[in-house]
Design a protein around this ligand. Structure first.
Ligand code: AMP
Length: 393
């Protein structure tokens, strides 16, 4: 692996982003605004980052020769999603600095390894058991009780690869659905059900010098397992917010992250925080930093991976973000003019051509004097996209 070089990569340098989704597109926009060249590496030619980078390398993430060719001329590579083979990161790291390191990716891309990391370092998380057979699943349910959530260890996102178990009869069905793979049993994690008060997330950055800068925690609500809305400030007690901020910073430090990472938490009814997931990259719940903060999460990612000083994470105004999913297109083109008529609202569309249900097509951010008012604005704006279509003509 290339040694950590403390010399900063300055504007004019070329940054590589592994993955071509909207997080890569927004990284590219921030980096190019700052005078960098950006090359994206993706397995899809028609990806959101394609419109915003200087060069797109299309190939297979498992193809070492392709990755090595793509890395020629890059000053650093970072990630926009974590579901890539850890080997791919390692082959890149042999030729170019990769930040965060592929080891961080390896730990966080698999729920079993991530839980082991959290437990080993004393970070509180949901009670859980590793499950590799139907018998082990029965034993884990006997241990943890019901309800519980069964999750595949690898390659899950937006609630995919998850089932809630509420009755003993669900156990065998859940094993057959998630565990019994055609090519042998899959590794699963059973988590005890957390009757949480709310969910929050903390986007944090760690520089090459070890400095950490953390954005204010945002409070998140999901619909059908997909993030629906985020608000910041989160409106929780100071001890809870401080605990989450402290844990997030410590996780980045222990993992040795150079870059941005997001730690998602469950907040229990008594205000304690339990780590749910770590994403070693920018996060959907951090999109509101673009309009609301001195430095966006994407500029922060650029600064961190380039070895530059981290930017101020001060939030200028309360903010809310609402995702715009493909479902909004169900009855035709959304009414953009009506949506943009709501004061204080900004629209981000990712340029995806096919609006499938559940697909993240864009998001709205609103700023206001309070987070509640900002939330009203983004949800009103999103409702207006489809309202006219519901009226009888
Ligand atoms: P995840 O993919 O692990 O982030 O899970 C997606 C969503 O499912 C979370 O944001 C929670 O809303 C819910 N969830 C996951 N695990 C649990 C749990 N152990 N207890 C209660 N709800 C959960």
């Amino acid at each position: 692996m290339a040694a950590a070089d403390p010399t900063p990569i300055l504007p004019g340098g070329t940054l590589g982003i592994l993955g071509g989704g909207q997080l890569g597109a927004m990284f590219a926009m921030a980096a190019r605004r700052m005078g960098y060249r950006v090359e994206a590496i993706s397995d899809i030619a028609d990806c959101p980052a394609a419109r915003h980078c200087d060069r797109l390398h299309v190939g297979d993430y498992g193809d070492t020769a392709f990755l090595t060719r793509a890395a020629a001329g890059l000053d650093v590579v970072t990630f926009e999603f974590e579901n890539i083979p850890a080997e791919a990161g390692r082959s890149l790291a042999a030729v170019v600095p990769v930040r965060p390191s592929p080891d961080v990716l390896f730990t966080t891309q698999d729920r079993a390894r991530e839980k082991a990391f959290l437990t080993q370092h004393g970070f509180a998380c949901a009670p859980h058991r590793l499950v590799r057979s139907r018998e082990q699943l029965h034993a884990a349910v006997a241990d943890l009780g019901l309800p519980a959530v069964l999750k595949t260890a690898a390659f899950g996102y937006d609630g995919k690869g998850q089932m809630k178990l509420t009755r003993t009869e669900d156990i065998d069905t859940a094993w057959a659905t998630l565990g019994a793979g055609a090519d042998g049993p899959r590794e699963l994690v059973l988590e005890g059900w957390i009757d949480f008060d709310c969910e929050i997330s903390v986007v944090s950055a760690r520089g090459l010098d070890g400095n950490i800068a953390t954005f204010a925690p945002s409070r998140n609500a999901h619909a059908d397992h997909i993030l629906d809305v985020s608000i910041a400030p989160a409106g929780l007690s100071q001890p809870t917010l401080s605990a989450a901020t402290d844990v997030a910073g410590k996780i980045l430090a222990v993992l040795g992250v150079v870059g941005v990472a997001c730690v998602e938490f469950f907040v229990t009814k008594d205000g304690a925080v339990l780590v749910n997931e770590i994403a070693p990259r920018t996060h959907n719940s951090g999109h509101l930093t673009i309009e609301a903060c001195d430095t966006s999460q994407f500029e922060q990612q650029v600064r961190a991976v380039c070895g530059l000083p981290l930017g101020s994470t001060r939030q200028r105004l309360p903010a809310a973000m609402a995702n715009v999913l493909g479902d909004v297109w169900a009855k035709g083109e959304p009414d953009w003019a009506a949506a943009l008529g709501v004061p204080g609202v900004s629209l981000h569309l990712y340029g995806k051509s096919e609006p499938r249900p559940g697909r993240k097509m864009g998001h709205l951010t609103a700023l206001a004097d309070t987070a509640d008012e900002a939330l009203l604005r983004v949800t009103r704006s999103r409702d207006l996209m489809t309202l006219a279509r519901l009226r009888p003509s």
